[in-house]
Design a protein around this ligand. Structure first.
Ligand code: UN1
Length: 456
């Protein structure tokens, strides 16, 4: 049996976790057990499920510092960001613990004189979750918390490079939840496919690349089960001529380099309206150069390593094949073990460029200039992705026009493209997403099914 192994991206010879890959038989048993356990879980009052989620949150919270260190060690996330991820995950569990008690359903006028017509929500069943390594705790949490709150069971298949964090998450859940309600499986594509194909799995929620997400959707669709995919982004930040340049430069520098750009919400292109052009580019380049690149475990580090050698190779290759002029960065970092890339800004004059059309997933952004607001809008809507965009301006009307015209799932004004409020719907459009949004009350759409009840 093959082992799944995760290593420390800052010290690649250091193994962090090792687990055997799940067999097809284990997937089958977990799915059947999940289906059985789910029936009882769904019958519990919502308040009882909410209490269990609260206890789960407390369990993670009591272990916060060691979880943050594990996130830092296993996926190379700077320790400050790792701590914030733990806090966010605890908050998400508490939020859904309470949300399960919200009023639900509708009473509708009946077509018969004395009848009742009601619409209510019911759980979906067993949900397969295929999660990435970049938010190894928060993404499993924001999928599992609403799924559990609304009475479903969960089969979690995390990315192999983040099995250590997922194992801690699953162990905490198993201490608190009834047997079989949350089960973690390990492995690569074959295990994910076995989950998607299993007759007891009623829906699949995925976060990862657009290519993989579409194959997950096709496979789930072929079996007729619901699918939710959060996929790639190529997110623009637009700086209009009336923007506060200092604020825009600092915010955008953070959005390009937070977790070394390994977020689907990272800023990947910066569109600057004339006449800010060179002045803004210089300011942004200065901000990027000032960032402290290094060991993610050190408190002052702002940019850590990429997840592995392949990731670094593909980021450097994208920069090398751009037709633009590199203003800063674009290199591996000498003298550091681990897969570091210096924060990178490339001045690009044509939209037909790899740094504009593709998701790079590294601390890299392209900058393009626009002669007018209209041109800036066109450049922001260019391409196939549609996750998030940010606009920097002090003109409310311009901000509202961009909100209306941008073809994305989320618009941020004077704020970074990265970062998400867990109580708001999160999701994209076009190549960035398929199916209902995640998080907030919106999560209910995917994790429940409607039933119309007629009482004659
Ligand atoms: C964030 O920006 O804090 O995989 C969240 C991702 C996204 C989550 C980003 N699904 O990067």
């Amino acid at each position: 049996m093959t082992d799944i192994v995760s290593v420390n991206p800052a010290r690649p010879l250091l193994e962090i976790a090792r687990m055997p890959a799940s067999s097809t038989q284990e997937v089958d048993e977990a799915a059947r057990r999940g289906a059985e356990a789910q029936r009882d879980w769904a019958r519990l009052p919502a308040s009882e499920r909410g209490r269990a989620l609260m206890a789960f949150a407390d369990r993670l919270s009591s272990d916060a510092e060691s979880l943050a260190s594990l996130i830092c060690d296993e996926v190379g996330k700077p320790i400050g960001e790792a701590r914030a991820e733990v806090v966010r995950s605890v908050d998400i569990l508490r939020y859904y613990a309470g949300l399960a008690m919200l009023p639900d359903g509708e009473t509708l006028p009946s077509s018969t004189a004395r009848g009742w017509l009601l619409s209510r929500r019911y759980p979906v069943g067993v949900i397969g979750m295929i999660t990435p390594w970049n938010f190894p705790l928060a993404i499993p949490t924001w999928k599992a918390a609403p799924a559990l709150a609304y009475g479903n069971a969960v089969l979690l298949k995390p990315a192999s490079s983040a099995i250590g964090v997922a194992r801690r998450f699953a162990a905490a859940a198993q201490e608190i939840l009834p047997d079989g309600i949350l089960h973690m499986l390990t492995g690569e594509r074959d295990v994910a496919e076995a989950i998607i194909d299993h007759a007891s799995v009623s829906a699949v929620s995925f976060t990862g690349s657009t290519v993989v997400g579409r194959s997950v959707a096709a496979r789930a669709g072929a079996r007729g089960v619901a699918v939710q995919c959060e996929m790639g982004g190529q997110n623009p930040s637009v700086v209009l001529r009336d923007a506060d340049m200092e604020q825009a430069a600092s915010t955008i520098a953070t959005a390009i380099t937070g977790y070394a750009g390994q977020k689907c919400t990272a800023t990947s292109r910066v569109i600057v309206e004339d006449p800010l052009g060179d002045a803004f580019v210089d300011l942004l380049a200065d901000r990027l150069k000032a960032l402290k690149v290094g060991d993610p475990a050190l408190p002052g580090t702002e940019v850590g390593p990429l997840i592995d050698a392949v990731a670094r190779q593909s980021v450097l290759a994208a920069v090398a094949s751009s037709s633009g002029r590199t203003i800063t960065g674009g290199t591996a970092v000498d003298g550091l073990e681990g897969f570091y890339v210096t924060p990178t800004l490339v001045d690009v004059s044509s939209s037909r460029d790899v740094l504009i059309e593709q998701e790079v997933f590294g601390p890299v952004a392209a900058v393009v200039r626009a002669r007018s607001r209209e041109e800036a809008l066109g450049l922001a809507n260019y391409g196939t992705y549609g996750l998030v965009a940010s606009v920097f301006t002090s003109d409310l009307e311009a901000a509202m026009t961009f909100c209306d015209e941008l073809q994305v799932g989320m618009v941020k004004i004077n704020a970074p493209t990265s970062g998400a409020d867990f109580h708001a719907p999160f999701g994209g459009s076009r190549a960035s997403a398929l199916g209902p949004h995640e998080q907030g009350l919106a999560a209910r759409e995917f994790f429940t099914q409607r039933r119309t009840l007629t009482l004659a």
